[in-house]
Design a protein around this ligand. Structure first.
Ligand code: S3P
Length: 466
């Protein structure tokens, strides 16, 4: 392990020190002096990283994980798995080992579990804890404490767990896990992979069949990984949706996981290269699960030169190298039924739409209102502050592209990493620089974003202190 990398204990204490200091870090992006050019990798997939740690903690034996995202969100999950009795060790950059406790084998944590900014960690963990017979309490930062938890606690109550929370089902949340958990049978009212995964994690420690119906398909990393660890999962496609069945109380066996690059992180570089004239980037080893690829489909419809090379499958997940070349973009209508496959990519797509010829309509974005921030309102505000004509109609976002982009604003990022990165990418093409009030939250999903971007440009750093 290189001496500059903190071992895991230090990584956790750096994290908690940061929590208490909570310093804001403004940054600004300006037009680069040269195109973006090079070959890069982006950090590991956030969804898969959380799941790898959680499923490994429930498996018997030692799982080795490579390519794990070492962002703050995932470090929270690593810390929670340790608090629940799994042995979690960092061997080197992105390389971790987890000695699991077997299904149903977690132990009562000695303290409150603080999930920081991470909705995925909080929701999935709630599902896991609901079917373990002990008491636990979850909390998070100010953004996470505003986010809805009833979407998981309501259905999880049917397994026999009991929950108490703040008004509106907000964190902190106290969980009294079921002694004799019952299997669940539930139809998702909102398309949410977090809710689906929470119910599957709960169902692991209940006898019999857990059955989940999703009217619209959402990312299936949990289903893929459950199979990888030896669980019996069936998936029946029903029109646009799916019925997922899990056989409870399986024997999960340790199974090594190689985490692909996160397509949601690659998205910022793909769009930066499309927008900055003369750019060409190769992004290697990106996860290309079909239920995550709505952005790439949309960009191709907009005229993007975006090619996948070396398409392959790793541990049940599609992976490939993306080659992206600067392209003029035209506006499109993004249908509502595509939203689940690109739910995290709308802020950065909105930036691309602002630079495209014509009016882009992104339909059915209700779920954006309950992300790390109200991303629908905040994305519109980000663009409007920089001179883009933008409107929200119901749950649709409408962006008039090609209007003279001004830039020059200080964007409010509301503790939301994706808003911060989207604003900084916008600043690469506006006449005046675009600043963000706080870049600190970028570390939740994409540590190293700023140096990676600056490293692609010959000349002065495009992203620097304002
Ligand atoms: C995630 C699911 C999505 C996504 C989030 C990660 C997951 O949330 O926005 O960043 O890992 O399951 P929802 O399930 O709330 O749509």
């Amino acid at each position: 392990m290189p001496s500059s990398r903190p071992p895991v204990k230090q990584a956790f204490s750096v994290l908690s020190a940061r929590m208490h200091i909570a310093a804001t870090r403004p940054l600004a992006a300006r037009r680069p002096a040269a195109p973006l050019f090079g070959t890069i990798r982006v950090p590991g997939d956030k969804s898969i990283s959380h799941r790898a740690l959680m499923f490994a903690a429930l498996a018997v034996g030692e799982t080795r994980i490579s390519g794990l995202l070492e962002g703050e969100d995932v470090l929270r999950t690593a810390a929670a798995m340790r608090a629940l009795g799994a042995e979690v060790v960092q061997d080197g950059p992105g390389r971790w080992r987890v000695a699991g406790r077997g299904v149903g084998g977690l132990v009562e944590p000695a303290d409150v579990l603080d999930m920081g900014n991470s909705g995925t960690a909080a929701r999935l963990l709630t599902g896991m804890l609901a079917s373990h017979p002990f008491f636990s309490v979850l909390t998070g930062d100010a953004s996470l404490r505003r986010r809805p938890m009833r979407r998981v606690t309501d259905p999880l109550g049917a397994c026999g767990a009991r929950f108490s929370s703040r008004t509106g089902g907000r964190l902190p949340l106290a969980i009294e896990g079921a002694r004799d958990p019952l299997p669940l049978d539930y139809r998702l009212p909102v398309p949410s992979a977090q809710v689906k995964s929470a119910l599957l994690l709960c169902g692991l420690n209940a006898p019999g069949l857990t059955r989940i119906e999703e009217p619209e398909a959402t990312r299936d990393h949990s289903e893929n990984m459950l199979r990888h660890f030896g669980a019996e999962v069936t998936v029946q496609v029903e029109g646009a949706g799916r019925i997922i069945t899990l056989s409870g109380q399986p024997h999960l066996s340790a199974a090594d996981v190689r985490v692909p690059g996160d397509p949601s992180s690659a998205a910022f570089f793909v769009i930066a290269a499309l927008l900055v004239p003369g750019s060409r980037l190769r992004i290697e080893g990106v996860g290309l699960n079909p239920l995550r690829c709505g952005l790439f489909t949309t960009l191709r419809e907009m005229g993007a030169d975006l090619v996948v090379e070396n398409a392959r499958s790793e541990g049940g997940e599609a992976v490939g190298d993306l080659v992206v070349t600067h392209s003029p973009l035209r506006a499109v209508d993004v249908p509502a039924d595509r939203a689940p496959s690109m739910i995290d990519e709308f802020p950065i797509l909105a930036v691309a739409a602002a630079c495209a010829e014509g009016v882009t309509r992104m339909a059915g974005l209700k779920e954006l209102r309950v992300k790390e921030s109200d991303r629908l309102t905040a994305t519109a505000a980000l663009l409007a502050a920089n001179g883009v004509r933008v409107a929200i109609e119901g749950d649709d976002l409408i962006v008039r592209g090609g209007t003279p982009l001004a830039g020059g604003a200080m964007v409010k990022t509301h503790m939301d990493h994706r808003l911060a990165m989207s604003a900084l990418v916008l600043g690469l093409v506006t006449p005046a620089p675009v600043a963000v009030d706080d870049s600190a939250f970028i570390n939740t999903s994409f540590p190293g974003f700023v140096p990676l971007l600056n490293g692609l440009v010959q000349g002065p750093d495009p992203i620097a202190a304002p």
